[in-house]
Design a protein around this ligand. Structure first.
Ligand code: TXA
Ligand code: MG
Length: 368
């Protein structure tokens, strides 16, 4: 995020946000991934308000956001001391991941300290923690001097917001929400989540900008896919029936316009699911390819929208594009299938879920 983004929000406004949090209110704030809907992690009533505002089931745990107290000494942060009030065991692997990737878009799941509220963990004995790098998030957390729980600032199952205006639209008319404006989010999709709570194996719970290979290259820590870990080793053995990662529900991040993916060069195939031919179809095409070079369809009007063929640039624009296209009254939105390769896993995951939940009755697809 550009270094001048704090200037979008004065210190006086951030101080007011800190006071709102202390008073048990909610504050939406920017992070480098998506905007969060924040509340004091030590205030059960404030946490309950988050679930109500989002329409989120109360057994979906929240991420605690922390910041180092001194903004000038980010390289020598004593994370062990900072985490002590929240976490039971901090393994050597955990410390390696923290030193390499915090502050940044990486969430780690630990065995929780007994003082951590059940309201935020959904009754589980683990807690998810991350240290966001966005300067406004850091200033807010530093001044608040405590943990702030913050799910993405969207209604449950909907597209996560990547600008202050998106957050306002999401909760418009529902309640008066203070929104800190930090511009557009740079990463654009939610943080990578790694589960370290089972002891010996780090397990990927949600793909994001930070990939298992990058983690291995920087720390030597191997991150396993959930399927690679035997069921009896998984940290969630006791609570296996709980939806530990709400993004893991099939339908999530969904626009109300139907959305589908098309294989390279197969735009017309993607229409076959819609026999009563859709007349206005927005087709996202890679900026590296000149055009669709399709012959078209007798009763469908295609309009091409270029999307970046670089995975980070694509992620950064994904939710923005979905929200904008959703507002434009298309009958159908088509996106190209992301290429294979780990750097595309986060984007592919979000796009597939967005397809599954998309359409006018998208809320009824949500498994809740
Ligand atoms: O980038 C992000 O992580 C954003 C920004 C605002 O920080 N936050 C975010 O929060 O995506 P949310 O609540 O939309 O998604 C957090 C995910 C949830 O799906 C939740 O189930 C999972 O983290 N989670 C939280 N605590 C957990 C735990 N103890 N074990 C496993 N998963 C957990
Ligand atoms: Mg979310």
């Amino acid at each position: 995020m550009s270094s001048d983004s704090t200037s979008l929000q004065s210190s006086a406004v951030i101080n007011e946000a800190v006071q709102t949090l202390r008073d048990g209110g909610l504050v939406a704030f920017p992070t480098e991934t998506v905007y969060g809907l924040g509340a004091d992690a030590k205030n059960p009533e404030a946490i309950k308000q988050i679930f109500t505002a989002k329409g989120r089931p109360s057994n979906h745990p929240l991420i605690v956001h922390l910041a180092a107290p001194d903004k000038f000494d980010q390289t020598h942060i004593d994370w062990v001391a900072l985490l002590a009030p929240w976490v039971r065991d901090l393994s050597d692997e955990a410390i390696k991941l923290i030193n390499s990737f915090w502050p940044g878009p990486l969430t780690l799941v630990f065995k929780k300290d007994k003082s951590v509220l059940n309201e935020l963990t959904g009754g589980q004995d683990t807690v998810a923690i991350r240290a966001p790098s966005h300067p406004i998030a850091q200033e807010l957390l530093r001044k608040f001097k405590g943990g702030v729980v913050a799910p993405s600032a969207n209604r449950f199952g909907k597209v996560s917001p990547t600008s202050a205006a998106d957050v306002r639209n999401e909760f418009e008319g529902m309640f008066d929400l203070m929104v800190l404006d930090g511009g557009d989010c740079e990463v654009g999709i939610e943080s990578t989540i790694i589960d370290l709570s089972s002891g010996d194996k780090a397990v990927l719970l949600r793909p994001g900008a930070i990939t298992p290979s990058e983690i291995f290259a920087k720390t030597g820590v191997k991150v396993y896919q959930p399927g690679e870990v035997k069921a009896n080793e998984a940290a969630n053995e006791v609570t296996a029936d709980l939806p530990r990662v709400s993004g893991s529900l099939k339908a999530h991040y969904a626009p109300t316009t139907p959305l589908r993916l098309y294989a390279p060069g197969r735009v017309l195939d993607a229409l076959s699911e819609f026999p009563d031919i859709k007349s206005r179809v927005a087709v996202a095409v890679w900026d590296s390819e000149s055009s669709l070079s399709e012959d078209g369809h007798p009763s469908a009007h295609f309009e091409e929208v270029e999307v970046p063929s670089d995975s980070s640039a694509f992620a950064s624009l994904l939710y923005r594009s979905l929200r904008d296209l959703d507002q434009q009254g298309w009958d159908l939105i088509l996106f190209p299938e992301p290429p294979s390769g780990e750097e595309w896993d986060g984007v592919r995951d979000r796009l597939q879920r967005a397809c599954f939940g998309s359409g006018p009755s998208s809320s009824s697809h949500d498994s809740n």
